[in-house]
Design a protein around this ligand. Structure first.
Ligand code: NAP
Length: 316
């Protein structure tokens, strides 16, 4: 059984992979090239791909003899893999749900607080040496405690964000999801996305990426938001029409945005980089040593199950 891992991993994960499997670990941190994807599908039994590795229908179609039987994706989001095309080629796909939930919810709160309270802008002010000192109307931001948050996509991460907002900040929670959710705190299910957008101070995106949710947040949804409201995106960049978001920020239609992900990642438009009312993070959602190790172990658990002929723990 030959295993290919598409990026360097944490030491704990690399050590386990080398101990348990005949593995090639790619040293490059950039997404796999088209040629690398073709080679790994043809030469390895299992591939551990991740964000940016575009396993499209075209890639599967170009490999007549697919040796690979499993793509054990590192990450819960798998919108870079055409799952139907993989299945048609006899390739199963797994992901790493749960391991990422709390860390990603924490980053959502980081963005929410930083944007509302102008933390990035304030930090830049101190660093440039331009800070003139405290005064009663210095850098007034948006109050967070007790405000209303709207979660778009009330799944694992969406619920973890809602939990933090309710218990940590006494916020009212509203949400939109494909199905209603049972949670241990009050949470209003608002079926219309525009109504939800109009009803909240913070609109937080936690849906999966992919064709179904592409540009879910478009000019109309942004127009429905209050001029004092802030958009937070920890989901996938393509969920937001980035050009429409820039226009909404420039015209003052919304007050700010906190973004961990971008439509054409890692490209971030200069228009966004030039605005002080946006907080911009480089896709840090799961970026802690513990979480990346947990994710790696989860991916390897799927590989181990495949090798042993056991049911895959996390099929998608
Ligand atoms: P999840 O548990 O599957 O939750 C996704 C939620 O979105 C579900 O509640 C689902 O509704 C809802 N949903 C799906 N399609 C929708 C639509 N068209 N309209 C409205 N709601 C929709 O997934 P998760 O573990 O929370 O992860 C969510 C996403 O976060 C991942 O797919 C990934 O792209 C992203 N993520 C980002 C980072 C980061 O580093 N920034 C880290 C981890 C994950 P139902 O429950 O009704 O099906």
């Amino acid at each position: 059984m030959k295993l290919f891992i598409a990026r360097p991993m944490t030491p704990a994960v690399e050590t386990r992979a080398r101990a348990e499997f005949d593995v090639e670990i790619r040293g490059n941190t950039l997404p796999m090239t088209h040629e690398e994807m073709l080679r790994t599908l043809a030469e390895f039994d299992v591939v551990v791909p991740t964000l940016g590795d575009q396993f499209s229908a075209e890639v599967f179609a170009k490999v007549p003899e697919t040796r690979c039987k499993l793509l054990a994706n590192f990450g819960v989001g798998y919108n870079h893999i055409d799952v139907a095309a993989a299945r048609a080629a006899g390739v199963e796909v797994t992901n790493t749900p749960g391991a990422v939930t709390d860390a990603t919810a924490d980053i959502a709160m980081t963005l929410l607080l930083s944007t509302a309270r102008r933390a990035g802008e304030g930090e830049r002010l101190v660093r440039t040496g331009d800070w003139q000192g405290w005064h009663p109307t210095q850098m007034l931001g948006h109050h967070v405690t007790g405000k209303r948050v709207g979660i778009v996509g009330m799944g694992r991460i969406g619920q973890a964000i809602a939990w933090r907002c309710h218990y940590g900040f006494g916020m009212d929670v509203a949400y939109q999801s494909r199905s209603p959710k049972e949670v241990e705190f009050p949470a209003e299910n608002i079926l219309s996305l525009k109504e939800l957008a109009a009803a909240v101070d913070f609109l937080v995106l936690a849906v999966p990426g992919g064709a179904e949710t592409r540009h879910l947040i478009d000019a109309e949804v942004l127009e429905a938001m209050n001029p004092s409201a802030i958009l937070i995106n920890i989901a996938r960049g393509e969920v937001v029409d980035e050009a429409a978001l820039i226009a909404a920020l420039q015209s003052g239609q919304i007050a700010g945005a906190g973004l961990d992900v971008y439509e054409f990642e890692p490209a971030v438009p200069q228009a966004l980089r030039g605005m002080d009312n946006v907080t911009l993070l480089p896709h840090l959602g799961t970026a802690t040593e513990e979480v990346r190790t947990d994710m790696g172990h989860m991916a390897l658990d799927n590989v181990a199950a495949f090798v042993a002929g056991r049911p895959l723990p996390n099929p998608v």
